[in-house]
Design a protein around this ligand. Structure first.
Ligand SMILES: *[C@@H]1O[C@H](CO)[C@@H](O)[C@H](O)[C@H]1NC(C)=O
Length: 400
């Protein structure tokens, strides 16, 4: 008896009292609402499921506490109007000292007017000279010049025109003389008076490449401190600790510093990385312009779902452009070229990939089903009752 009582009490809690089947009416409007609401429900469920299956990337901000790391600068830049023979690349760090000992791997390739490569890539040396480059230089010489070289004594020691240093006693080719001058901090002004250059047809080489462009690609690995690197016409040298570009050999020329940055990044790529300078074309409208890119580097780590960590960098950039006035050889008014000045942010961004919460997914699904069901019920009853009311009016009209 008591059990029956409890049972009856419990029944009072039913929030879903059932009506008898016999009293239910199925209407055409109800069927339409059911079909439409089912479609909506399925669509919402699929979108919710899709969202659940994506990964969540959580960004966090830290103070960068890493030490002594290197910064890798990847680049691919095309200068359609600057011949490789004119263009030089230099990297300096914040102290203004040239980075001679950076690990680098930059290649230069000559391209013609239409942009097709016309020579094998040549490794570019930053302020340093190695035998390998000399060899490559010789390889690329014209046939008749090669013959001339063959007659020369391989053990010869030619004059550096007063620029000899203990480390560089002989200047057997034009590049050698230029290098010796550069180390001394002298301007290499008149190639026509230098025997080695005349023999190699230095001036002619400069002339013949006039119509060409240059493609530079590769990477630089520098210390992780602020610094800059630049692409500018003329060989560079240090003079009283000031970085100078020797433009006299090519003075009078107007440089078209039009450039196309195919890619510029500071480190490895991670999913969703955006490099603001990628695929940027800049046209030097006035000629001999100085393009400065002020880059702020933000160290970034990206942790994937499998816990593998990528240490890299993002960056933001602002650009400044000005035309360099005529007496640029003094360096006072700047230098035509492309300058990238970078700075490191003390803050670091940490991205972590995570799975989305299954509980959230479940909650979302319940909300969809319940919400659509309720709203559909409201609409259905609205249709049903208004149809009934209209019917009543019509019947009333007939009766009159
Ligand atoms: C430099 O070259 C670009 C592209 O070919 C051209 O549009 C621009 O007018 C040139 N600038 C000058 C000063 O000749």
């Amino acid at each position: 008896m008591a059990i029956q009582d409890v049972w009856n009490r419990l029944r009072e809690f039913d929030a879903y009292p059932k009506t008898l089947e016999d009293f239910r009416v199925k209407t055409f409007g109800g069927a339409a609402v059911t079909i439409i609401s089912s479609i909506i429900m399925i669509t919402l469920f699929i979108s919710e499921l899709n969202f659940y299956l994506t990964k969540e990337v959580i960004p966090e901000l830290y103070v960068d506490a890493t030490r002594g790391e290197k910064l890798k600068i990847n680049m691919e830049i095309v200068f359609p109007k600057m011949p490789c023979a004119y263009l030089s690349i230099d990297a300096m760090d914040i102290s203004g000292e040239q980075q001679l000992d950076v690990d680098h791997n930059i290649y230069k390739r000559r391209i013609d007017k239409t942009g097709t490569p016309i020579s094998e890539p040549e490794k570019e040396e930053l302020g340093k000279k190695e035998d390998q480059e000399k060899k490559e230089e010789e390889d690329s010489e014209q046939e008749d010049e090669k013959k001339k070289m063959e007659v020369l004594d391989p053990n010869r020691c030619e004059s550096c025109y007063g620029a000899e240093t203990p480390g560089l006693k002989c200047c057997n080719d034009c590049e050698g003389v230029q290098e010796a001058y550069r180390r001394k901090g002298w301007a290499f002004s008149d190639p026509t008076s230098i025997e080695q250059c005349k023999r190699e047809g230095f001036s002619e080489k400069m002339q013949s490449q006039k119509e060409e462009g240059c493609e530079l690609y590769g990477y630089l690995e520098v210390n992780k401190v602020a610094g800059n690197f630049h692409f500018a016409p003329g060989k560079s040298f240090q003079q009283h600790h000031v970085h100078v570009h020797d433009l006299q050999a090519i003075a009078g020329a107007k440089f078209n510093m039009t450039h196309h940055v195919k890619t510029l990044s500071f480190g490895m790529e991670y999913p969703g990385m955006e490099n603001p300078l990628d695929n940027m074309k800049t046209i030097d409208v006035k000629g001999s312009s100085m393009f400065q890119y002020f880059v702020k580097i933000v160290p970034t780590t990206y942790t994937k779902l499998d816990k593998s960590i990528t240490r890299t960098n993002q960056y933001s950039v602002t650009k400044h452009e000005k035309q360099v006035t005529t007496s640029f050889s003094t360096g006072e008014h700047g230098l035509p070229g492309v300058f990238v000045l970078y700075e490191l942010s003390p803050l670091m961004v940490k991205f972590t990939e995570k799975h989305r919460s299954f509980m959230h997914f479940l909650t979302g699904v319940c909300a969809i089903i319940g919400g659509v069901f309720t709203v559909a019920g409201l609409i259905d009853s609205l249709i049903y009752h208004s149809a009934k009311a209209i019917q009543k009016k019509i019947d009333l009209g007939k009766a009159l």
